[in-house]
Design a protein around this ligand. Structure first.
Ligand SMILES: Nc1ncnc2c1ncn2[C@@H]1O[C@H](COP(=O)(O)OP(=O)(O)OP(=O)(O)O)[C@@H](O)[C@H]1O
Length: 301
C-alpha cells in the first residue's frame, strides 16, 4: 500500500478539470451551482484517495434536487453533472434520461412499477432527471399511482445509489411543498441546488455566448435593441430565462436570412452573413405589441 496519494495526479487523470472549465466558460452566472459541483468533485476525489490508502470509504449518496424557473439551466447542468460523475468513476456511463410523470406512472393497477423500473433501467449508469417532479404526487387522489412510483424510486435510490443518480427538478415553491409532503424523499436527496432567474446582464452575456458559438454577432445598434428586448420580454407571459434568449436569437437569424435573401442579386460579404442588425430584433412582437403569436410565447419564446 502506498504511504501517500497524489491528489493532483488523480485530478489530472480524471479529466474532470476540462468539464469544470467548460462549465465555467459555457455557463454564465450560476456561481453557487458551480461551487457545489466543485465540492462534489473534491469529495469524490478524496474518497478515491482514501480507498488508495485503504481507509474506510463509502460512496456518498448523490441524489439531487434542482429548483428554479424554466430556462435557468437545470437540464444543462444535469448533463454536465452526469459527465463529471462519470469521469470521477462514480457513474458508469454519464448520460441523462429525462422523465416526466407520464413516463413513470401508469393508468391502471400494476402498470406503474414496470414503468418506473424501466426508466431507472434506462438511466442506469447515468442520471434520471425527473422534470416537474411534484406531478408525481397528487394529494387529492387516494387512488393515484404516483405514490407507488415515489415508493419505488426511494427504494432504488437507496439500493442502487452508485448505479443511478436521481435529480428531481421543478419550480422552487412547488418542489418545497412536494418535499414537505414526502419527507422520506427529501431526506434521501443529498444536494439541493437552487437556480435563480438571470439578471438582464446575465441574459445579455448568454446571448453573446450563443451568437459566438454560431458565428454570429450583433451590430452596435442590434445590441442596444436586444437589451431593450430583454427588458420587455421578461415582463411578458411565459418568459423562460435563457431559453427565451435562445429562441429570440433563432428568430433574429430567421429575419436576418430573409433580409439577406431580399438582396440576392448583390454579393454578400462575410460581415453581412454574420451580422444581426437592429431591424432583425426590432421586428419582434415584443416591440410591436402584437399578441397573435401567443403560441410561440407558450414555448418560452
Ligand atoms: N447560464 C447559462 N449560460 C449559457 N446558456 C445557458 C445558461 N443557462 C441556460 N442556458 C441555455 O438555455 C437553454 C435552456 O436551458 P435548460 O434547458 O438547461 O433550462 P432548464 O432550467 O432545464 O429549463 P426547463 O426546465 O424549462 O427545460 C439551453 O439552451 C442552455 O444551453
Amino acid at each position: 500500500m502506498p504511504s501517500s496519494v497524489d491528489l493532483a495526479a488523480n485530478y489530472a487523470e480524471s479529466g474532470v478539470a476540462e468539464v469544470l472549465d467548460q462549465l465555467d466558460r459555457e455557463l454564465i452566472g450560476l456561481t453557487p451551482v458551480k461551487t457545489r459541483i466543485r465540492e462534489i468533485a473534491a469529495l469524490l476525489l478524496v474518497d478515491q484517495a482514501r480507498q488508495q490508502l485503504e481507509l474506510a470509504s463509502t460512496a456518498p449518496s448523490l441524489h439531487m434536487s434542482f429548483t428554479g424557473n424554466p430556462g435557468t439551466g437545470k437540464t444543462t447542468v444535469a448533463q454536465r453533472m452526469s459527465q463529471i460523475l462519470h469521469r470521477l468513476g462514480y457513474l458508469r456511463k454519464g448520460h441523462v434520461v429525462t422523465a416526466t410523470r407520464d413516463d413513470l406512472v401508469g393508468q391502471y393497477v400494476g402498470h406503474t412499477a414496470p414503468k418506473t423500473k424501466e426508466m431507472l433501467k434506462r438511466a442506469q449508469g447515468g442520471v434520471l432527471f425527473i422534470d416537474e417532479a411534484y406531478y408525481l404526487y397528487k394529494p387529492d387522489n387516494e387512488r393515484d399511482y404516483g405514490a407507488e412510483a415515489i415508493e419505488i424510486l426511494l427504494q432504488e435510490m437507496e439500493n442502487r445509489r452508485t448505479e443511478v443518480v436521481v435529480i428531481f427538478a421543478g419550480y422552487k415553491d412547488r418542489m418545497d411543498s412536494f418535499y414537505s409532503s414526502n419527507p422520506g424523499l427529501s431526506s434521501r436527496v443529498a444536494h439541493h441546488l437552487d437556480f435563480p432567474d438571470y439578471s438582464n446582464a446575465d441574459l445579455m452575456a448568454i446571448a453573446g455566448l450563443l451568437l459566438n458559438a454560431q458565428q454570429y454577432r450583433f451590430s452596435a445598434e442590434a445590441e442596444q435593441a436586444f437589451a431593450e428586448y430583454i427588458t420587455l420580454r421578461r415582463q411578458l407571459p411565459f418568459f423562460a430565462n435563457a431559453r427565451s434568449i435562445r429562441n429570440a436569437i433563432d428568430r433574429a437569424r430567421l429575419r436576418q436570412a430573409n433580409r439577406l435573401f431580399a438582396r440576392m442579386a448583390e454579393a454578400l460579404t462575410k460581415d453581412d452573413l454574420i451580422t444581426i442588425e437592429a431591424p432583425d430584433i426590432l421586428a419582434s412582437r415584443v416591440f410591436t405589441g402584437q399578441v397573435e403569436g401567443h403560441h410561440l410565447m407558450a414555448s418560452g419564446g
